[in-house]
Structures are given as C-alpha cells and as structure tokens.
Design a binder for this molecule. Structure first.
Ligand code: IMP
Length: 361
C-alpha cells in the first residue's frame, strides 16, 4: 500500500454493539438446538473456555467449567510444578454430570497455557493437560512461532495457537507450523475488558474483526471447519458469543464474566455491603509482580509497559449458573436465526450493521 493512500484504503471495523443478527426460518425450539462442538477430539457441550489468567482459572474454575460442559485453561503465572498440581486436582475431581467435558478416560478435561520460551516446562505440562495453549498478546512474532515449533516437535502434539488478529497473521502461522499441528486458533487483540494494549500502543484487532479475518484466512487455505477459531477478549453478553459464532468462531473465551463467579481465584472485597472479586489483566502491574509470565508481552529492554489494569467485578454466582444462562440464551439466538447447530450458525446467520446501541442489562 502506498503511504499516501493508507487512510483512504483503511478498513472499517465493527464492534459487537453495532451488529444485529437477522431472523431466519426457525425449525427447532431452543431446547432441541445443539451448541456442542469439538476441540481436538474433546466434545464440549458449551462452546465456552476460561481465560488463562491468574484471577480466572485455577483448579476450582477448571473443575466447575468442565463440569458445566466448557473447558478451563490453567494460567501460566506460576511455576510448572504449580500448574501440574492444578491439572492433577482437576483430574482427581469427580465427573458427575452427563454434559461434562471429559477426556478419553472419563476424567474432567483441562487445558493449560504454556510459555513458548520454556520448552521444558511446556513438555511437562503437555504430558498431563488435555490441550496446551500458547499465551501471548501477539502470536504474529517470529520468536514466538519458533518457540511453538520446538514445543510441537518435542511433544508431538497439536497446540492451540494465538492470539492472532489478521488474515495475514493466520496464513503466516498456518504456513509456518502446518495445519496438522494446530488444534485451534485463538483470536483478538486489545479487546479484553482489562486491556489497555490499544490505548497504550495504538495496536489492536477487536474480536469481531479478528474472527472474520481468521475465518477468511482459513477459508482461503481450505481449512475453515477443520481448524476451529476461538473468539477471545471483550465478550460481555451471550449475544457476543452468538455474533462471534455467526462470524466464524466455534468457541468464546471468557475472562471478565467468569472472574465474577464464586470459583474464580480472585480475592473477594466488600464495598458498601456488596461483594466484588478482584480481576486484573495479565499485563497489569499486579500480575507482572510475580514475574513469571512477562513474556506474554513484548520485551521492551527492562522497562515493563503496562498493558492491563486491575479492577473489581461484582460477585455473581456459580459457573454452572452462568454457563446455563449463556447456553440458554445462545440457543435462543440460534433458534431465531434458524440454526440447529454451531456449523449451521456459522453458515446461515446473516448480520446487519447499525448505529452502536446501549445495552439495558
Ligand atoms: P475479557 O473476557 O474481556 O475480560 O478478556 C479476557 C482476555 O483478555 C484474555 O483471554 C486475554 O486474551 C486478554 N488479556 C488478559 N490480560 C490482558 C492484559 O493485561 N492486557 C491485554 N489483554 C489481556
């Protein structure tokens, strides 16, 4: 692109608040709709993953979320021994319900985030987790990709890669790593509720845009439907999960919404009689104080750059209640759209654009 035409050729990005799903011919009632989806051979009855953040996912969250049909992803702001301890607690938990997410042995399934700079720890964690996730702000990075290649070679396993935010980024990553080594692609940058990456750096890819870009890249490569897309960051309502799926995602990853649950590790604070949980970004000063996952962000030669902040979210209830509600609402949306399952939702849902709207929730 010529320097003088960058603005005139710039893409317009749409946020969830500006989108609307159009009604389609409904054939089934919400109860008959199937929102289940596979992730590397694991069947999830709810297309929901928990963010690998130290105020979101430790063993209690992972146990409750897998029991509710989603999948927990253990954070990496800890030592490999601590991560393994959390994974073992999940594997040791009872798997009661029919809709639970299970491994091949019938134990609760669990994912874990790994550092692409620490192959040894990734290999140890990979031996016990059902799925391993790279966990970096931007996966479109040569060093991160070469670290990922080493982990894939050492473990011989597929990985969930991310985050990516553009079509070129997805095509580059797939070409470098090989489609057969990728379990899923996680997308979105700068859109997280506790994220200030875009405010500080001016760089970002809102999750709606990121999903569309990834879907376009995978379609061009003939891989759409073969490698699932995970929409990550900025999911506030079930409608955002529905929009993400309509745009081509198969799963949504939640930080803020799950941090509000009793099972998140965040500390409870009481303010004017109301209970809140502490929730912070992995690029916040609070998370970086542990100094264990600094490589999630760009290394800026000794000077840490804040890319996240600390906040408090209202304490709302159990993971089971949240997931049941989100799933019921998602199935209602799918009913209106006329989609009987996730693949149909990706294919059939039509989207209109309107002025940003206020939500009254
Ligand atoms: P939320 O659900 O909107 O709160 O977004 C959660 C997502 O934000 C995570 O899954 C990460 O992808 C991303 N994230 C976590 N910590 C930070 C941060 O400190 N800065 C930017 N993004 C973050």
């Amino acid at each position: 692109m010529e320097a003088h035409s960058k603005l005139s050729e710039a893409r317009r990005l749409y946020m969830f608040d500006e989108l609307l799903l159009l009604p389609g011919l409904a054939k089934k009632s919400p109860k008959e709709i199937d929102a289940s989806v596979h992730l590397d051979g694991i069947n999830l009855s709810a297309p929901i993953l928990s963010a690998p953040m130290d105020t979101v996912t430790e063993s209690s969250m992972a146990i409750s979320l897998a029991s509710a049909g989603g999948l927990g992803v253990i954070h990496r702001n800890c030592t490999a021994d601590q991560a393994l301890d959390m994974i073992r607690k999940v594997k040791g938990a009872e798997a009661p319900d029919k809709g639970s997410t299970l491994d091949k042995e019938g134990k609760l399934a669990v994912g874990a985030a790994v550092s692409t700079n620490d192959v040894e720890s990734a290999v140890r964690i990979s031996a016990e987790a059902d799925l391993i996730f790279t966990d970096v702000a931007s996966f479109y990075n040569s060093k991160v990709i070469s670290g990922t290649k080493r982990i894939m070679a050492e473990t011989g396993r597929k990985m969930v890669i991310g985050n990516l935010g553009t079509k070129e980024g997805v095509i580059h990553a797939v070409n470098e790593l090989g489609a057969e080594n990728i379990a899923a692609i996680k997308v979105g940058m700068g859109g997280g509720s506790i994220c200030i990456t875009t405010d500080v750096t001016g760089v970002g890819s809102p999750v709606s845009f990121a999903v569309e870009e990834a879907a376009a890249a995978l379609s061009e490569l003939g891989l759409f439907g073969k490698i699932p897309i995970i929409a990550d960051g900025g999911i506030r309502y079930s409608r955002d999960i529905a929009f993400s799926i309509a745009l081509g995602a198969s799963f949504a990853m939640l930080g803020n919404l799950l941090a509000r649950c009793t099972e998140s590790p965040g500390e409870v604070v009481i303010k004017e009689g109301k209970k809140y949980k502490v929730y912070w970004g992995m690029g916040s000063a609070e998370a970086r104080a542990k100094r264990l996952a600094l490589d999630r962000y760009q290394d800026s030669k000794g000077k840490d750059v804040d890319e996240g902040f600390k906040t408090q979210v209202p304490l709302e209830g159990s993971v089971q209640d949240l997931v049941s509600r989100l799933l019921a609402e998602l199935k209602t949306t799918m009913g209106y759209v006329g989609a009987e399952n996730i693949a149909e939702m990706q294919k059939l849902a039509r989207i209109a654009v309107m002025k940003p709207r206020e939500m009254k929730i």
